[in-house]
Design a protein around this ligand. Sequence first.
Ligand code: FES
Length: 507
Amino acid sequence: MTPDATYSVRLQPINAELTVTAGTPLRDVLFDQGVEFPCGGNGRCRGCKVRVLSGDVPVNAAQTEHLRPQELAAGWRLACQCKVEDNLAIELRQWDATILANDAVFEFTPSEGLGVAIDVGTTTVVAQLLDLATGQVLGVKTALNPQARHGGDVMSRIQFAVAENGQATLVQAIRHEVGRLIHLLFGTSGADTSRLRRVALVGNTVMHHLFCDIDLEPLSRYPFEPVADGLQTRTGGDLGWDVPADTVVQFLPCLGSFVGSDILAGILATGLHESTVPAGLIDLGTNGEIVLTDGKQMLCASAAAGPAFEGARIAAGMRASTGAIWKVTARDGELHCEVLGNVEPRGVCGSGLVDAIAALLHTGKLKATGRLTDRASSVALAPGVDLTQNDVRQVQLAKGAVAAGLRILMERLGITEDALTTLYLAGAFGNYVDRQSARTIGLLKMPLDRVHPVGNTALLGAKIALFSPEEADGGYRQIRERMAHVSLNEDPRFQDVYVEEMSFAGA
Ligand code: FES
């Protein structure tokens, strides 16, 4: 292998071809394509199974431990446990639409035509083209949300929309981008646009309002109550897209002020609403959204965690993409970093931050109060990538808000961590975060075997919606009726619990 050798990786069934530096972990290649690694790439869940159609991916010990001999012989590998060392063509099991986040299979009634499921994130938009008869994924496209030039988080979008009269600009930007992604999906897959029947979108409350052009002003002031947060239906013709005019376009309903349909989708994808025992779901993005059930009631809340877990407001912070330090361990008192994409480190993402804090606590370079020892103002993680005292404070605020939110909801339901049978961790952060590190810094307190990373449940939930049109009203209404939204800021105990939970004293 020459140092800069490259190989091609062809992804089926979407027929995308990528050029990759030799030796790059397959996980890093696929993560950028929206593929999820439910156990954080630790080789435990089999959720990242791929079938090698051509090229050589040697069988290693991790593969033989988790895959049966027949599977290995048929070309199946765990993507998180191999590197690209040949020209490859691979097929992803995950793009089989019948697999849920908890590895169960969901049933759907086949119907004619094609559909598109879309996760409208504050930062990224992900769209999948699906065959409604077979559930096959025919194409995947991702793009940055073009609204980001008017603010990186939902609060700055609200500010731009309301104070700077920018609502129309934001509405136009996202509608145009989604239309463009749909156009690209058809262009690259070769599918016939006239076969498009349905588009299902999910996103947080602000994305919901902006896509549907619902006034954001009520979300800019107390009591932050949305005016219309239900299921919204438009047509392809309404939106001026290059698709059949009668294409049904639905944005799924929100659950509360700042708890959107991305969380409703997470509930659908994990089956949380069917749990008869205490269980929960946390999605750590720009906000920390939490849903908890005691088996009867459901409560949801949005903890103003700030964007630290997405790498924002961190001096060397970045999203979980090529060049990000995603894992940090302490060995012999020294920090060791792993970087996504097999390249020089460019910054640190949320999971790397949590690891780094845990490692600094282990090595005694950080106190549980959040103060770096020896009055240091920063610590070097890798050449050119430092963690500053202010970064530590940002993580402390984020961690405190989420842990306090979880505790308040548990108190309201009268349950303890011991009673919580399952906690699903959604989103990219949940995918990569080391659960032991999360426990070490006190973000999570329950036993590790109850914490399950579940990947992009927002997109999975959008797919379920696409395949269950009859659920479009009744199913969601039932969940919405059972759900109570808790406004954490109005809880008299929140400030005290928040201050207590800012400590990094974990397990
Ligand atoms: S086995 Fe690869 S992500 Fe879980």
